[in-house]
Design a binder for this molecule. Sequence first.
Ligand code: MRU
Length: 358
Amino acid sequence: MAASKLPPTIALDSDNEGLVVEIIDQTLLPNETSILQLRTVAEVCEAIESLRIRGAPAIGCAAAAGVALCASRSGAATEDPLLGQLESAIAQLAATRPTAVNLFWALERMRKTIARPPLPPREQLAEALALEASKIIADDLARCHAIGKYGARLLQPNSRILTHCNAGALATAGYGTALGVIRAADEAGLLNMVWVDETRPLLQGARLTAWELAQEDIDCIVITDNMPASLMARGLVDAVIVGADRITACGDVANKIGTYGLAVLADYHDIPFYVAAPISTVDYQLTSGDDIPIEERSAQEITHLGGHSDLPVVPVGVEVFNPAFDVTPNELVSAIVTDRGVARPPYEEALARFIPNA
Ligand code: MRU
């Protein structure tokens, strides 16, 4: 496994008072690579809400780290008040972003660790939670490598791949899901180049995916979100690969707004449309994509370029609509690449084979 040239998206460290959660502040990329140290649950929540850390698996890792941090830095003298603090931390972290199921999946793993009888003394519970958060982070990295291995097998030599948003090392504990497949394809000599959708309104493609690929000298070209139809019509795209925030039991896929449009275009042009995600992104409780909660974000992200420039690009007072995700119906998805293997239609059966035991 080649060592990554990127700093870790998230890492656990400690100071005299307990755990410290370290993340790359993704809002500053590509202009500044700055490591933020988070010491309170409120800081972790703010980092998730403001997309300093983002991407479905990465926010799951951050939420788990937030729970561990709460236990580790708690001033509670006994277990009882600590349990109350942990419940409150879990509730605050669960309220940060609604769409990516990995957040709730990771919090559930932390909740199970807390509930595992008998309740240990305060220090041991804090250690168990730190260990569980570290495992979630390490597992996610391993899952991404497995996704890469399975996904690269789907690609033809000399592939020109189009991707949307950032489903890379920055969106996971490292290596990435869609970008994991792209990295593995590159390592296997199958990749020609990557078309990177800029991904309005927050430009995760232009700012983050292009940054990651450039760090590793993987050839990429950034395009605006209104160009893929024309590129496909000209025969310049061999496959589309995207990540996912939540996949239902029947294979409907919530991902960054604009993904659904790409799937329709890929279908029309007879181009394979692949989704890459760890099995922790599959919500086996939901059968229909209509039931996936879609986050709506602030108008400022659309009225001001990149969300935080001083220059408005929409007349003051004009209404905007900013859903952060859309849902691609399963019939438009050629295959779902998971860490347990590749699921093909019919997805209900294929995904059921991958149901995790734990
Ligand atoms: O709003 P974001 O940047 O968190 O949205 C991220 C995406 O839509 C990703 O494609 C998805 O989370 C998969 S990340 C491996």
